[in-house]
Design a protein around this ligand. Structure first.
Ligand SMILES: Cc1cc2nc3c(=O)[nH]c(=O)nc-3n(C[C@H](O)[C@H](O)[C@H](O)COP(=O)(O)OP(=O)(O)OC[C@H]3O[C@@H](n4cnc5c(N)ncnc54)[C@H](O)[C@@H]3O)c2cc1C
Ligand code: FES
Length: 272
């Protein structure tokens, strides 16, 4: 089978998360999409428009549909935002490595997300919460530009805080009239919360500038580089290690990533 040929799929449902993020529930029309692991992504395409690499935000289970949370950025994602349920799309994947969840068993977990960066984290958070007994505390810190830019509100404010031993802290860069929560950028907010670094694995994803400052904050908080993970969003074309579009030094983000430890990132040229 040609790995570059997409499966034809149907959009089953569309949820408007924020003014520029929509979550698409998608199911291939023919064979099931192959099993995928948290942190993997897929090429989502609109026929006649193009394709974009998008994290799979759902957590794999037999016969469940795929979910993609898509921020309107350019050609493909803007066209996707015009689509309606029933529309045909292409999907190929899953691509990339995944979060090394089995390495985290027995440890506390800290997830730090910003904006649409919660999409890949949602997959691994729900995967870990589905295996709740295998981990210690699960703390989630999330920030967005404003209250209306917060993605995944149902999980953030309802389901995740109810899980025993889990906590969710949400901040915004700028409040509106109704917001009564914290107002701070994610990295300084994280430092104020002073999470316990001893034995904890930290995972972060968000805009590149947030990732950069969050990695620095985690270092100051005492997290060693080999216990910090992030996922990179470099421009991609083929997704299968053939075109060279996503290279950083000797690595291709589409096959060696998108998940990297902070220790691995420090060994690569700063091209991300
Ligand atoms: C592993 C991975 C996972 C990802 N996961 C997600 C996800 O879960 N959700 C998500 O929404 N995105 C995700 N992305 C990002 C997504 O793939 C990109 O935003 C993609 O480029 C969108 O395609 P597009 O055709 O809509 O945008 P493009 O047309 O490629 O535009 C992308 C960006 O480039 C800018 N741009 C476009 N044309 C120009 C130009 N001529 N000059 C200057 N700037 C320009 C746009 O303003 C926009 O900011 C992921 C990327 C990777 C690599
Ligand atoms: S996207 Fe083509 S090599 Fe990675």
């Amino acid at each position: 089978m040609n790995p570059l040929v997409p499966q034809v799929a149907t959009i089953l449902a569309i949820r408007e998360d924020t003014p520029d993020v929509r979550t698409f529930t998608v199911r291939p029309d023919g064979e099931d999409f192959p099993p995928y692991r948290p942190g993997q992504c897929a090429m989502l395409s609109l026929f006649g428009v193009g394709e974009a690499m998008i994290s799979i935000t759902s957590t794999w289970a037999p016969e469940t549909a795929l979910e993609f949370s898509v921020k309107r950025a350019g050609r493909v994602t803007s066209a996707l935002h015009q689509a309606e349920p029933g529309h045909k799309v292409g999907v190929r994947g899953p691509y990339g490595n995944s979060f090394p969840v089995d390495q985290w068993v027995g440890h506390d977990l800290l997830f730090v997300g910003g904006g649409i960066g919660l999409a890949p984290l949602r997959s691994v958070i729900n995967h870990c919460l589905g295996r709740r007994a295998e981990f210690g505390r699960v703390d989630i810190v999330y920030g967005a530009r404003s209250p209306r830019d917060l993605c995944f509100r149902q999980e953030l404010f309802e389901s995740w805080p109810k899980v025993p031993g889990a906590s969710v802290q949400v901040t915004v860069d700028a409040a509106d009239a109704e917001w009564e929560g914290p107002v701070a950028l994610v990295p300084p907010f994280l430092e104020q919360l002073k999470p316990d670094a001893a034995g904890t694995f930290a995972v972060t994803c968000g805009p590149p500038v947030m990732i950069r400052y969050t990695l620095q904050a985690l270092t100051r908080l005492g997290f060693p580089d080999d216990r910090v993970f992030t996922t990179l969003e470099l421009k991609m074309q083929c997704g299968v290690g053939k075109c060279g579009r996503c290279s950083i030094g000797p690595k291709y983000v589409c096959i060696d990533g998108p998940v990297f430890s902070a220790a691995e990132l420090k060994s690569l040229p700063a091209e991300y």
